[in-house]
Design a protein around this ligand. Structure first.
Ligand code: ZN
Length: 132
């Protein structure tokens, strides 16, 4: 499915702008309980990009701010079908996370400021639900 179709599908939905870690966890657990194949046949999910794990009960909180350090390139991203999606971005030689919550009026926030090796470690923690 082309990316634009995913965006169009997302645009038809109405989602809250702010989602708590508990709500993210509940949504992902509900998705998991529908079965591993559910995501692959969901018309809104191309089934290509990773879905981050739900935040663990004892996850670490990152400090999020409203702006990146400068112009950036997207290096990795999670699936756009999720209510919250993340990008690993690089601004010059510095890596950050870009978090997008909601679709209709998305809320953008940024965290980090790492060199590449450290950023990859944080990215794996994020995908595993160890940080949020
Ligand atoms: Zn997906």
């Amino acid at each position: 499915m082309p990316r634009s179709s995913v965006r169009d599908a997302d645009m038809r939905r109405s989602r809250p702008l702010v989602i708590s870690a508990d709500e993210i966890r509940a949504r992902i657990q509900a998705d998991f309980q529908r079965g591993g194949k559910a995501a692959l046949v969901d018309e809104d999910c191309p089934g290509i990009s990773v879905h981050p794990a739900a935040p663990l009960p004892k996850h670490e909180e990152l400090t999020w701010c409203t702006r990146p350090r400068g112009p950036y390139r997207v290096r990795e991203h999670t699936c756009l079908c999720q209510p919250v999606h993340y990008e690993l971005i690089s601004c010059g030689g510095i890596y950050m996370f870009h978090r997008v919550i909601g679709v209709d009026r998305p809320k953008h926030s940024y965290a980090g400021g790492w060199r590449v090796a450290e950023a990859r470690l944080w990215w794996r923690r994020l995908l595993a639900g160890q940080v949020c």
